[in-house]
Design a protein around this ligand. Structure first.
Ligand code: X8Z
Ligand code: ZN
Length: 611
């Protein structure tokens, strides 16, 4: 199985590729006599077979655990997970035997690198280590899945709280939800500390400085260069974020008053319409300027008015991909997916996309609500599924995205095409209600509240984890370091004081779920690169944000060519195949938002921006 949000990302190979060796040579057992290229080929094909067989059963087990959390399914998931960890560590060490083997083919070299680098949580060979690691990782994820908070003193699931954070506007009630939900992290702390210890021992045995270094190794470049690249990309788009932050802070100050949101300094984290302040589109009504800001429709309202249910939302998402020429989703998708939250059992609600048989047993797992956020998330998850199916003819170790950022970007790139004119075409919006060109700033602002606001969050989650794995962030400072990064990059502060008894990172799915997060930062930039390329291919001449390539079969064909490559080539080759460029960068995103940037600078003139 390959899940894109790996439910239990332990034995699952990281998306990504590498032609470069890890920083240190893996400390594999000394080769008895030089290993030959023919032996390497045989080793790789046996490894692919073993992993493929295991992945199907593992996928079934993890699926059952995520869609029916009990002590028993936790135990089963942890046991199979441990088997997977032991298998992948054994194969990683086996692969290192061929480090000095001359004459390896491109594919064998690449696959050996994947085997050595692609373990999210490695364990050392100490007896019992893999079992302990997987017991902890399963418990962390299930603790998150079962988490509850309150609103008006009444218990609510994490999924319900997530939605309410987008609609409630009373600061006291927002604070209640934020504070009560963040308690979910507290019992995770000790487990997290131990998990980091074990995984690091495992990473060291495989020749890496720590687990974070292993995560950074999967991008077809030296790990240090990759870390520097992410910083460079952030510097490129940061001015846009600073302007958006400045403007949003001013509007929140006007709405709530200085006692709740001061006019200067950081923004209070619970006022931004999202539990993690990671996307702010839900408070568009608070920041919309008079006139240009009145775009005349709201996706949630349209879905509700047209009586969409979650199934119809997914069918609509499928319809977009079909319009590009992709085959319909298989019947089993509809039979086996979890589209809504089951009412009588605990599940992991955080959305994910699955491919259970590495061929066509595609599924999504969501607790879909009828709102604009989940409409975008559906396109996002389906992007994973169509990617998985497009590369299903590749050998096992290439069943992955060009890098993990590509996998996260496909569905979002499709969703950028959900423009007012597209909504008219599918009958959601009345054609008289298409916003006129003088509403462009409003449309761009709405989009920026989600897309631009996310950038610093997308970067800092792994800044924290890289620090934790490297030991520069120690357990007695876990929470402080998290909130320091939130302040430094996002310019936000928690609504109440925090201490080391809190474990706020644990209240964000990907931390207890052990899903690397830099992928989402990369995807934010890549999706605009893909979108601009598709619009160019479609011959679009108007403002970029009004372009929809819905129904364009040429775009679909060219997209399919990139997706079908899977991880078989270094990611610059895949990027070039679709966009003509070999660089990930922020230029397309900046071009998309250029009119908004100019407008924000005008609005913020004379203000002290930053915090
Ligand atoms: O986790 C996700 C997807 C599943 S891969 C729903 N996303 C990140 C998040 O929710 O934090 C998509 C955007 C960022
Ligand atoms: Zn995703």
């Amino acid at each position: 199985m390959k899940t894109t949000v790996s439910t239990l990302a332990i034995a699952v190979l990281l998306a990504g590729c590498a032609t470069t060796a890890p920083e240190k040579t893996a400390s594999a057992p000394p080769a008895a006599g030089a290993a030959t290229a023919a032996e390497a080929d045989a080793f790789v094909s046996a490894a692919e077979k073993e992993l493929a067989d295991f992945s199907v059963f593992n996928g079934q087990v993890q699926w059952v655990n995520s869609t029916y959390i009990t002590d028993d399914t936790d135990a089963v998931a942890a046991r199979v997970g441990a088997e997977g960890t032991e298998m992948s560590v054994r194969l990683a060490k086996g692969a290192a035997r061929f480090d000095a083997t001359p004459g390896l083919s491109f594919d064998t070299r690449r696959k050996l690198d994947f085997l050595k680098q692609g373990i999210v949580l490695p364990a050392p060979s100490t007896p019992g280590a893999a079992a302990e690691l997987n017991t902890i990782a399963t418990r962390l994820q299930s603790t998150y899945g079962k988490g509850k908070g309150t609103l008006d003193g009444k218990p609510l699931s994490g999924n319900d709280l997530e939605e309410k954070m987008g609609t409630v506007r009373d600061p006291a009630r927002l604070r209640e939800m934020w504070v009560s939900w963040h308690k979910v992290g507290q019992p995770m702390k000790a487990d997290y500390v131990r998990m980091v210890q074990i995984a690091n021992e495992g990473a060291k045995e495989l020749g890496f400085a720590d687990t974070g270094a292993m995560w950074r190794a999967g991008y077809d470049m030296p790990a240090d260069d990759f870390a520097r690249l992410t910083d460079k990309l952030w510097e490129q788009v940061k001015p846009l974020y600073i302007q958006l932050h400045c403007y949003t802070r001013g509007r929140l100050n006007a709405k709530y008053g200085a006692a709740v949101q001061p006019a200067a300094g950081p923004i209070r984290a619970d006022l931004l319409g999202n539990m993690w302040a990671q996307e702010w589109g839900n408070i568009y009504d608070v920041v919309a300027p008079k006139g240009a800001g009145n775009v005349g429709y709201d996706t949630t309202d349209l879905l509700v008015k047209k009586k969409y249910d979650p199934l119809k939302m997914v069918k609509t998402g499928e319809g977009f991909y079909s319009s590009l020429g992709f085959a319909p989703l298989p019947e089993t998708f509809w039979q086996r997916s979890q589209i809504t939250r089951p009412r009588d059992r605990e599940v992991v609600c955080h959305a994910s996309a699955w491919d259970l048989d590495n061929r066509q047993d595609l599924r999504i797992k969501m607790c879909t609500k009828v709102n604009g956020d989940d409409f975008v998330t559906i396109h996002h998850e389906l992007g994973h599924n169509y990617y998985q199916r497009a590369y299903n003819q590749q050998p096992y170790l290439y069943l992955n995205g060009a890098n993990d950022g590509f996998h996260e970007a496909i569905g979002d790139f499709i969703a950028l095409s959900v423009t007012p004119n597209y909504l008219v075409r599918i009958g959601l919006l009345d054609r008289h209600n298409v916003p006129a060109p003088d509403k462009d700033i409003g449309l761009l602002l709405k989009q920026a509240m989600d897309k631009v606001a996310f950038l610093p969050f997308g970067l800092l989650v792994d800044k924290w984890r890289w620090g934790v794995f490297a030991g520069t962030i120690t357990p007695d400072h876990y929470n402080q370091a998290w909130n320091d990064l939130r302040l430094q990059y996002q310019g936000i502060v928690p609504p109440v004081p925090r201490t080391e008894a809190d474990f706020d990172p644990g209240a964000k799915f990907h931390i207890p779920g052990n899903t690397p997060y830099t992928r989402y930062f990369l995807a934010r930039l890549l999706q605009f690169q893909f979108y601009k390329a598709a619009c160019d291919q479609a011959g679009w001449k108007g403002p970029l944000h009004r372009c929809s390539f819905y129904g364009n079969k040429q775009v679909g064909e060219r997209l399919n060519a990139m997706l079908a490559m899977g991880a078989s080539k270094p990611w610059p080759d895949a990027l070039q195949a679709f966009t003509g460029s070999r660089e990930m960068d922020g230029t397309a995103m900046i071009a998309y938002f250029q009119p908004l940037m100019t407008w924000l600078e005008e609005q913020n003139r004379g203000k002290q921006c930053g915090w």
